[in-house]
Design a protein around this ligand. Structure first.
Ligand SMILES: [Zn+2]
Length: 251
């Protein structure tokens, strides 16, 4: 292999077209973060069938250091995830994942991203919704910006409802922290979190995925969780996600 040719594990995030039917692929690589690379060839070329969104495999790339240009020479797909295209909820969830990885400039955790896509490719619409919530919470954790849900950040008390503690809490955007009902001022109550919603998030944070997947919550709590996560995600990734807005009512 010449040193201008290299290979890596890679996930195809998106495709764009340029020139006469040529395509550019945006890849999340395991070793080099996000790489934009051209996919040449006619409509029937083998590469075109392989380099498609949400496929993961080993990619071979030729890089021209003078032109700072990359070209995919081969792609050996190991995860096809064809199920993603079979439902709107799965496709939207995968698109949210793509937007987050792109906005995070590729620092999103490789294993987390691929495990999420593997999961939603075979999930029901309801399960897709919950999987997306788990994914967003884990991404926020891995980025180090998830607030501590175990106690009130102002008075330090727990929020379990025992010994006179409150059960409802509020996320304060100003403090980027969770406050108990005794501490939260009226203007700090726009993002409420019930004890059930907080327990669900703590389960995702603390339990292995096989156990947190089984942790159920009702639709009202799910709405709270979704609202809280969307708030944090928009804040962290520089504005509302287009894909989350487009998926309103589906995810
Ligand atoms: Zn408090």
């Amino acid at each position: 292999m010449s040193d201008r040719t290299w290979s890596s594990r890679a996930l195809v995030l998106s495709l764009s077209t340029f020139g006469e039917g040529h395509r550019d692929a945006k890849l999340l690589t395991e070793d080099r973060g996000i790489v934009q690379a051209a996919v040449f060839g006619g409509a029937k070329s083998k590469l075109k069938g392989l380099v498609n969104p949400w496929h993961t495999g080993t990619v071979w790339i030729y890089s021209d250091p003078v032109k700072n240009h990359h070209k995919i020479t081969d792609f050996d797909v190991s995860e096809w995830r064809q199920g993603i295209r079979e439902s709107l909820a799965r496709t939207f969830a995968a698109s949210v994942c793509t937007e987050i990885v792109t906005r995070s400039h590729g620092v999103a955790d490789w294993t987390l991203v691929n495990a999420f896509l593997d999961g939603i490719a075979v999930s029901s619409d309801d399960e897709c919704r919950r999987a997306l919530n788990r994914f967003l919470w884990r991404i926020l954790h891995s980025a180090g910006i998830a607030p501590d849900l175990s106690c009130c950040s102002r008075c330090g008390r727990g929020m379990s409802g025992e010994n006179g503690e409150s059960t409802v809490s509020y996320y304060s955007p100003h403090e980027e922290a969770v406050l108990c009902a005794d501490c939260a001022r009226p203007e700090e109550r726009s993002v409420p979190l019930s004890i059930e919603a907080r327990s669900w998030l703590l389960a995702v944070e603390r339990l292995p995925p096989s156990r947190s997947r089984a942790w159920k919550c009702d639709p009202r709590e799910e709405t709270e969780i979704r609202r809280f996560l969307r708030f944090l995600v928009s804040r962290h990734f520089g504005g509302e996600l287009k894909t989350l807005n487009a998926a309103e009512g589906i995810l």
